[in-house]
Design a protein around this ligand. Structure first.
Ligand code: BTN
Length: 331
């Protein structure tokens, strides 16, 4: 039996034993069910253990399911995933340069909407404005989602804030009352950056080819895991909850919420989301300076409109800004 046949058998054993956790399945019954040999079942069970699954074995003749590892694999992400669109295809890697680049390539080659790419680690994770996104192995979530919206390109910037809203709703479950969105792409927990969004658009004048929404979440990093320059400005869910957080569950909750927000955004933009946007906003009521390319606007952030633009009151005028870099003036 080749390695990939063995892994395929292991996947099927996993499906069978997971369907009735705690029940013991004999190797003979599994061999019969999966048209294999008991010795092959034993080898495939060892394969599951190597992947980090916890099982109970009875005298090397029977096995039962105990626990799945917290690794981002296609099988784990799709198991019990309650979405129709987002996560319909899942590509998982151990190490890539950037999941956004891979997702863009997949989209260019015709990947269906909702395809996601994750990696345990990124060697050149990208943040906004050419910054790096620190992406150490096994502690964070690095995921990129392919979207193929039918609307015009001018509505694409709102996808970042729509994603931020989905993420804030999920993070709120972990850190109630502590989550804020720093328009348009940053998620803060206790005032420090916990997650970021990098939305990349490929479009013609009147048509979107594809959008890649890249999301990085600091999940289980501890203080020392951040490089010194990030320690005072970055945080993780673990630092706020004081416990390890299961990344697979968190990712699935996020994908589910994202699907909900995306459907709503396609129908009515952010028209019904404003109450929640105001609730989470780290900027409303604050004096800000916003830089968009060569333009600079200073004033008070007063609202977010139905396309996700930040409204700044400046010299008595309300100026909507679709994208840019915000700095909050010291009070
Ligand atoms: C930011 O806050 O500047 C945005 C950070 C976005 C990071 C994510 S991690 C997954 C995806 N792949 C990347 O290279 N970047 C995004």
């Amino acid at each position: 039996m080749t390695r990939s046949e063995l892994e395929h058998l292991a996947d099927h054993i996993l499906m069978a034993i997971r369907s009735r956790p705690k029940q013991f399945f004999t190797y003979t019954s599994l061999a019969k069910k999966l048209a294999s040999e008991p010795s092959m079942i034993e080898a495939a069970v060892r394969c599951l253990i190597d992947w980090g699954y916890r099982v109970r074995r009875r005298r090397r003749e029977a096995v039962s399911f105990l626990e799945a590892p917290d690794t981002l694999t296609t099988v784990e992400i799709q198991h019990g995933l309650k979405t129709k669109l987002i996560g319909s295809r899942v590509h998982c890697y151990r190490l890539v340069k950037s999941t956004n680049d891979l997702a863009a390539q997949l989209a260019e080659n015709g990947a269906p909407e909702g395809t996601i790419v994750t990696s345990e680690e990124q060697s050149a994770g990208r943040g906004r404005l050419g910054r790096l996104w620190h992406s150490p192995a096994g502690t964070g979530i690095y995921v990129s989602i392919v979207l193929l919206p039918k609307f015009l390109p001018d509505r694409a910037p709102g996808l970042s804030i729509m994603t931020a809203l989905a993420l804030a709703t999920v993070l709120e479950e972990y850190c109630p009352g502590d989550v804020r969105i720093k328009w348009p792409n940053d998620l803060l927990v206790s005032g420090k950056k916990c997650a970021g969004i990098l939305t990349e658009l490929s479009a013609e004048r009147n048509r979107i080819n594809h959008v890649v929404v890249g999301v990085g979440i600091n999940v289980n990093q501890q203080g020392v895991d951040f490089p010194p320059e990030l320690r005072t400005v970055a945080t993780s869910l673990r630092r706020c909850t004081k416990r390890k957080v299961n990344r697979v569950s968190l990712l699935k909750e996020f994908l589910k919420q994202l699907e909900k927000e995306y459907r709503l955004y396609q129908k009515i933009g952010l028209a019904k989301s404003q109450k929640r946007l105001r609730k989470y906003s780290a900027l409303l009521g604050r004096k800000v300076k916003l830089v968009t390319g060569a333009h600079e606007v200073s004033g008070t952030a007063v609202d977010i409109d139905t396309n996700g633009a930040l409204i700044i009151e400046s010299n008595g005028k309300r100026v909507p800004v679709a994208a840019g870099e915000v700095t909050v003036a010291k009070d």
